[in-house]
Design a protein around this ligand. Structure first.
Ligand code: NAD
Length: 389
């Protein structure tokens, strides 16, 4: 069992993105020359736009935000959101080849690096003022249940990124943790109350994936306490939305169910396989709430891990009901009782995030699922690729 420890080291003074004067001169940051070559014309357009808006920022005073895992689902959306703020640059890194990234952003320095490697982390963090670590070897229950060692190896990513961030004197570091850190004994029934942040201890998280997340939370915490690196941690509860894995083995429940329902509609074979008895409960957070909340937590002064999830709890059967309703069909259900189904009940208690940020995820499951279903339906009918890695 872990024991809580008090802060022992003051956080390094952070100049937040909001209160830093932007671009007082026109000095060119030579370290970016390679990406300028690669994205020359597009970057020119973007710089011109900045100049026109009075925020021309091609100099070495401009803040850079690194998104690790930018080729993935949440990372891709986060880069999109960060780019809406024209006052800093975004650098995107992922292990996958660029062709397999869910979203590619013109004008963004996008690099393929394996962040389990220390030298790669040093390269990735170079020039960055903030780091969002969303890189992890992960997937839905079907993946994490059968790949515990791979999941735990993601510890190398966060550890090496923290070390590189400390060396580079990064101002803020965000770690994407998970509701899988919560103790198994708190999730034994479908009708459980929401999980409070304190419910992670005494520790007995999800084997493999959850232990790695809990360890990396602790590692982030101790870098803050011992080295003064400003670290922030969000515990995501099931995130869903377009532009993420929807087939191939790593997909999570909302994407898998949307795909199965869309396939049933298209094929006319009105049947569906459901993992478990369908009574297990979860909450699902739409991607827009996730990227908004992640930025709020990153820029807050909240040092403890915070739930970032919806508190609209549904059973998997209810999730299927919703998808059927959106598709306008009714399916015969086959329950796969030997398939991985995870804990019996899980929901986010949002008391703390409401208290600290006066905000919590609020996009209704029905609304987010409609958008997700429509996107997955399009992927199927257009025979779009879903990179398997
Ligand atoms: P994702 O699989 O779509 O994205 C993760 C990305 O990390 C992938 O693109 C992958 O290629 C990259 N990656 C893996 N190993 C890497 C390495 N060694 N070096 C560089 N990049 C590497 O997953 P996601 O849903 O976008 O999740 C993002 C983060 O949020 C992860 O840390 C995940 O554990 C966490 N999280 C997600 C959910 C969810 O429901 N999606 C829930 C809880 C926590």
């Amino acid at each position: 069992m872990f024991h809580e420890k008090k802060e022992t080291f003051p956080e390094r003074k952070n100049s937040s993105l909001d209160d830093t004067p932007v671009c007082p001169d026109n000095m060119v940051d030579k370290s970016q020359s390679a990406s300028f070559l690669a994205f020359g014309s597009l970057l020119f357009l973007r710089e011109t736009r900045h100049k026109a808006s009075g925020a021309f920022c091609l100099n070495n005073k401009m803040k850079t935000i690194l998104v690790a895992g930018a080729g993935g689902f949440i990372g891709g959306h986060l880069v999109s959101e960060l780019l809406k703020n024209k006052e800093f640059k975004v650098k995107a890194v992922d292990k996958k080849p660029l062709a397999d990234w869910w979203q590619k952003h013109p004008g963004v320095e996008s690099v393929s690096l394996d962040l389990q490697d220390m030298a790669a982390c040093t390269e990735a963090v170079s020039g960055a003022h903030q780091v969002y670590n969303l890189a992890a070897d992960m997937g839905g229950m079907g993946f994490i249940e059968h790949n515990k060692a791979l999941c735990m190896l993601s510890v190398l990513i966060n550890t090496h990124l923290l070390l590189a961030a400390k060396e580079a004197k990064v101002e803020r570091f965000f770690f994407a943790s998970s509701a899988c850190v919560y103790a198994a004994e708190k999730q034994t029934r479908p009708d459980i109350p929401g999980l409070r942040e304190a419910d992670a201890y005494p520790a007995m998280p999800e084997d493999g994936y959850g232990w790695e997340k809990l360890f990396s939370e602790r590692m982030s915490r101790h870098f803050r306490e011992d080295f003064g690196l400003v670290t922030r941690t969000a515990r995501y509860h099931n995130v869903y939305g377009p532009q993420g894995t929807w087939k191939g083995g790593r997909e999570k429940a909302p994407a898998a169910i949307c795909r199965k329902v869309a396939e049933a509609k298209l094929s006319g074979k009105h049947e569906i396989d459901i993992w478990g008895d369908g009574n297990q409960t979860r909450s699902f957070m739409f991607i827009e709430d996730c990227t908004k909340g992640s930025q709020m937590i990153m820029n807050s002064d909240i040092i403890e891990p915070l739930n970032l999830g919806s508190d609209e709890m549904v059973s998997i059967n209810q999730l299927v009901d919703l998808a059927e309703d959106i598709a306008g069909i009714k399916l015969k259900r086959h329950y796969k009782l030997d398939a991985p189904k995870g804990v019996n009940g899980r929901n986010s208690d949002n008391t703390l995030i409401k208290e600290k940020l006066d905000w919590a995820p609020s996009i209704r499951l029905r609304d987010g699922l409609e958008r997700t279903y429509a996107w997955i339906y399009d992927q199927i009918v257009t025979n779009a690729p879903c990179p398997v890695y």
